[in-house]
Design a protein around this ligand. Structure first.
Ligand code: MN
Length: 275
């Protein structure tokens, strides 16, 4: 029944658009992106061109944007989401709380409605994308927020972070768990790889960053410096800043005990120096 109502509703909404005859189509001729994007919403040099706007009742509009190396948007939200089609170069994109991800020519990025995010070039290469946005019935399509800091921009792991003592590695070599205990406790090593990292850590209900915050908190509270060392490195790779980790340890001093916090600080000092 619900399904019938939903189908009827879709047809009712679609009907006017179908009935409306179009007598021509529009070709927007390709032009190099030459307009400078506004400095109050972008860091570095970003050029925009080839703007287009569909005719109502369609809501889609867009443009091509080229980001010089290091250039990026400020944090922002699109009311109805955004689709990015990368047409050249190498860039970066991040959802608030998620990891910084590298994007390449040919990639398509789907940004959900209301999701706080940024996009831009990589530090060493430019990136060009076509950006597609839809205009809401009322209100703006985009809400601009604060600048993406240098720390946030470079949080992407530059080289593989040291694998946590209990984690699986991403290549074909035996995982850390297999190396540590595979000879004597193969089932525990398999459970660590398949269940802990393959299912729990991989599940999308919490971001990798949030899972790092939870795990690091627990390891500090339990005073486990060995595992804390590898999980602090993983937390950095998952986008948690040094400043945030120090604040977290300070906060936990009141809940987990001052000695645990002091131990955690000395482990953090080592990890920050190595990374
Ligand atoms: Mn965007």
């Amino acid at each position: 029944m619900t399904r019938i109502i939903a189908t009827a509703l879709v047809l009712a909404l679609a009907a006017p658009a179908i009935a409306r005859a179009q007598d021509s189509l529009t070709v927007v001729r390709g032009t190099p992106p030459t307009d400078l994007a506004p400095a109050e919403h972008f860091t570095g040099t970003v050029r925009v061109g080839n703007r287009f706007q569909a005719e109502a009742p369609a809501r889609i509009y867009g443009a091509t944007a080229t980001f010089e190396p290091g250039a990026r948007t400020y944090w922002h939200v699109h009311t109805l989401g955004q689709t990015l089609i990368v047409t050249a170069g190498t860039g970066r994109v991040q959802h608030w709380g998620g990891p910084v991800q590298e994007i390449h020519s040919g990639d398509v990025v789907l940004i959900p409605p209301g999701a706080k995010h940024w996009h831009g070039a990589s530090p060493d290469a430019p990136m060009t994308h076509v950006a597609l946005v839809e205009n809401p019935e009322d209100g703006p399509s985009t809400e601009w927020m604060e600048e993406v800091t240098g720390d946030q921009y470079t949080a992407r792991r530059q080289r593989p972070a040291p694998a946590p003592a209990d984690s699986a590695s991403e290549d074909d070599r035996p995982s850390r768990a297999q190396q540590l205990m595979g000879d004597i406790a193969p089932r525990l090593a398999d459970l660590t790889d398949d269940v802990l990292y393959g299912q729990v850590w991989a599940s999308p209900e919490l971001s990798q960053r949030d899972r790092s915050l939870v795990t690091v908190s627990a390891l500090i509270a339990m005073n486990r410096p060995d595992q804390l060392r590898s999980h602090l490195a993983r937390a950095r790779a998952n986008g948690v800043t040094q400043q945030e980790l120090i604040e977290m340890i300070t906060h936990l001093a009141f809940y987990a005990g001052w000695p645990n916090a002091v131990t955690a600080i000395s482990v953090a000092r080592e990890v920050f120096q190595e990374n």
